[in-house]
Design a protein around this ligand. Structure first.
Ligand code: S3P
Length: 170
């Protein structure tokens, strides 16, 4: 049975949180961001969770948040690694609308260049970061119901495009 949420997926720096907020406003539904939910529930930042508990513990928290929020009528922006676990991919395949914000490496690498808040990019070269993306690229495509190429669009344009696609779909 398909669920009601609109779930945004995509690599780090693809604009999921910014677009998600705008889209939720356009659709008049609540907005959730999985990283923010995890931070609120644990009282720790994502960096602290990675440092103190490790990535597998973070992935478990991410899974729990996804399970809870996907049944809401809401827009949910997810962390870029949500598609890494097979369990999450199965959950996402059963969601009503999963939208992949597809952004080219040249663009997300620029956005991630001075990032201090994403543990997976700290101390990594552009080649390393792109390699993380390459490993994931097929998974994003595989679980998505819709794909929006974001490279030449502003966040508002991306959100409006998703809204139009949703109207056409339902
Ligand atoms: C991650 C992406 C981050 C955050 C965490 C891990 C990833 O979210 O969940 O740092 O594995 O790609 P954003 O995609 O919002 O940066």
């Amino acid at each position: 049975m398909k669920k009601n949420s609109v779930i945004l997926i995509g690599f780090m720096g693809s604009g999921k949180t910014t677009v998600g907020r705008i889209l939720a406003d356009l659709l008049h539904v609540p907005f959730f961001d999985s990283d923010t939910e995890i931070e609120q529930r644990t009282g720790s930042t994502i960096t602290e969770i990675f440092e103190q508990l490790g990535e597998p513990a973070f992935r478990t928290l991410e899974y729990q948040v996804l399970q809870e929020l996907l049944c809401q009528t809401a827009v949910l922006s997810t962390g870029g690694g949500i598609i890494v676990s097979q369990e999450n991919r199965e959950v996402l395949t059963n969601c009503q609308t999963v939208v992949y914000l597809k952004t080219s490496p040249t663009i997300f690498l620029k956005r991630l260049a001075d990032d201090q808040n994403r543990p997976l990019v700290q101390g990594k070269s552009s080649i390393d970061i792109q390699a993380i993306f390459e490993k994931r690229a097929d998974w994003y495509e595989a679980v998505a119901d819709m794909v929006v190429q974001t490279d030449f669009l502003t966040p508002i344009e991306v959100a409006r495009k998703i809204q139009t696609m949703l109207v056409a779909k339902y």
